[in-house]
Design a protein around this ligand. Sequence first.
Ligand SMILES: [Zn+2]
Ligand SMILES: [Zn+2]
Length: 535
Amino acid sequence: MTNTEIAQTLDAYAGLLDLAGAGHYTVRAYRRAAELVRETRAPIAELVRAGRIRELRGIGPGIERRLQELVATGRLAELEELERDVEPQLVALGRLVGLGPQRMVALGKELGIHTADDLRAAAQAGRLREARGIGPHTERKIIAGLARERPQRRRGLLLNRARALADAIARELDADVAGEVRRWRDVVYELALVSSAPDALERLERSPTVVAIVEREANRAVGVTVEGIPVELTTADAASFGTALLRATGSPAYVAALEPLPRAATEEELYAQLGLPWCPPELREQPLTGVPPQLVELDDIRGDLHCHTTWSDGKASVEEMALAARERGYGYVAICDHTPNVRVVPGLDADALRRQGEEIAAVNESLAPFRVLRGTECDIRADGSLDLPDDVLAELDWVQLSLHAGQRQDAESLTRKVVEAMRHPAVRCLSHPKGRIINHRPPNALQLEHVLEVALEEGVALETNGLPDRLDLRDEEVRLAVEAGVSIVCSTDAHSVRGLGNMQLSVATARRGWASAADVLNTRGLDEVLGLRRR
Ligand SMILES: [Zn+2]
Ligand SMILES: [Zn+2]
């Protein structure tokens, strides 16, 4: 068994455990194990056989036992049992049409429904209302859901999870990822793939990730993952692959403005036939016919200006973070641990920050010319003052501000407080300005226009935070900042070595906001970043 196959089985098992109501931590342990297996270069099957699998961090005895069974027999008996009990097909369909797992499984039992076709037939025959607890409202909801007229309030997937899922299915089907994922949308409601493999549709039906097929046509099918996320697959011959890819990438409004589309094997060819320059998918939300700007690229990034260490709530030491940043080809990294006001996690006061400074100096000595910057993610206190004394702030290379409380405050008080803090001469950047947590907390009421004015005046940059549940500033807000001439900082807010990988998400968000390399501060060398110090 390959690592990919093992990871898929673990993922499927995690999904089923989730449906069966297993504890959050159990489910997460299996998801993490799947990720770990996917990332490990050595063959997992051999490690299992050699009894060495526990050497990988995060593999406990329970997971080891199941891996042994999987490697020895190619199967997981518990997974098959779960599949019989929880009917993942039905649960996925339920999520697609907006019914909870228990209700959907009950409906299935009552009306003998097992597949999307059964459900559609029952709806067409008007039989849904025969079932207990299904009124006209729910009936309409189910019919609309089957037609994928989804209510927007349904939770979408975070971009990182959506990308992993889309990539995994694309590998199974020999397909290209299109749709919202290719456009790097912050929240993904639907996956789209294009394949020219002759048996791609059959492979979609057999995919362990896709648990139910809801639509089927000659060159198109829609499946649903266990999360209830639709996966639309289009097949195209090689000669029209580019056309199919552009259509599947969307957005619908963007594509409609280009129609009628000629047949082309690649997107590049297609754009050439239309007499247009190729357009990066990130800019395809709205019709765009002019010449797209030269957007910032991941390779332009020369350092990460926001990461944490074990001094506050990070998982790696200063040295480990520095080595990992250097490994990525960066020239610098800023250590920005929390300050005491953050409360929910350990924060550094002036003394601790100075002790950390000694550690940073030692690391700098051994890693030169790579530079570790002494930084802080300094809380803005309730009265708008900074959470560190001025003398220690003045010693630091990189001071960025954050609000971690009071996100529900009214626009005026919140803006006044933030703007006052931004006027402190040590401040270089405002971190995750809108404070949203995708799917959990709406953006705060901060008046961005006013913040941009002050940022411009004071030479303060605004961050595009790369944590998948933040992506803050978001695309449209980045665009406002860029138009205002305010610098953007693409940061990861990494709490681990792996977290540094979220730079891709931050850069994509900046690209969606039309940022060029010149708009992004950390595309510049360290001298320039530090030389821009105000006053
Ligand atoms: Zn923060
Ligand atoms: Zn942070």
